[in-house]
Design a protein around this ligand. Sequence first.
Ligand code: HEC
Ligand code: HEC
Length: 205
Amino acid sequence: MSARVVPLIAAAATLVATATALAPMMARAQAGRTLSAPSAFAGIRDPAARSAAMFTEAGKVLQHPRCLNCHPDGDRPTQGDGYPHQPAVQRGADGLGVTTMRCATCHQAANFDAGHVPGNPKWQLAPVAMAWQKRTLGQICEQVKDPARNGGHSLAEIVEHMAKDELVGWAWTPGVGREPAPGTQAAFGSLVKAWADSGAACPTR
Ligand code: HEC
Ligand code: HEC
């Protein structure tokens, strides 16, 4: 074997060892990126515990930055992993921004990947009553069920919104350089529906 090949083989062995050590970490990261189907919870006998467990699974989406950035705790959206929106835009009376800083000035009907600007025809900030940032998943659960805080909607309408709304759906096609919400909107929708059908119990935390 030539002297030049031996270091190459040693380098390859190091790479394999590194990949092996990283595998469990990557498997854990991957688990956060997928959503279990409602059937995965069939083994939980107590209906309230089963319902709450399905909401906890759906919480991987609800508490993902793609949703939280538009459901902020205050009047300014966040971006990226949750840092304040640059520039310092404000919600305004209609959730569409103030003066020249209207959302649609920059956010078009579709993602503009060349400029790294996300877009959707309905782009605007969620009302303050629908703030999810800095809330526990249990608090978010109580809030989305409560017509006084969810825009006057029935549980069925909220399920429909999560499963079908196009602006919610943007979270799975967020444009280049942005991590999509875990799973698919359809998988998320079926979890939320199974949660509602099983009594819409909330996690205690
Ligand atoms: C002056 C231009 C401008 C205005 C006005 C503006 N935005 Fe943005 N916004 C951006 C840009 C650019 C980004 C992308 C930043 C990045 O990720 O690099 C962004 C990102 C975002 C994100 C982050 C999406 C994500 O999850 O990554 C949200 C949410 C958002 N804007 C909401 C709003 C809302 C709501 C309004 C109106 C109240 C608004 N923006 C007004 C330029 C603007
Ligand atoms: C671009 C901003 C934006 C993004 C991104 C966004 N939302 Fe919203 N959301 C809104 C606005 C605006 C409303 C209120 C208007 C309406 O009811 O249609 C709202 C309302 C809701 C409601 C209704 C009631 C409530 O209690 O909050 C639900 C449920 C909801 N969003 C779920 C989601 C989920 C799940 C995601 C991520 C997968 C998400 N949203 C991402 C802007 C956004």
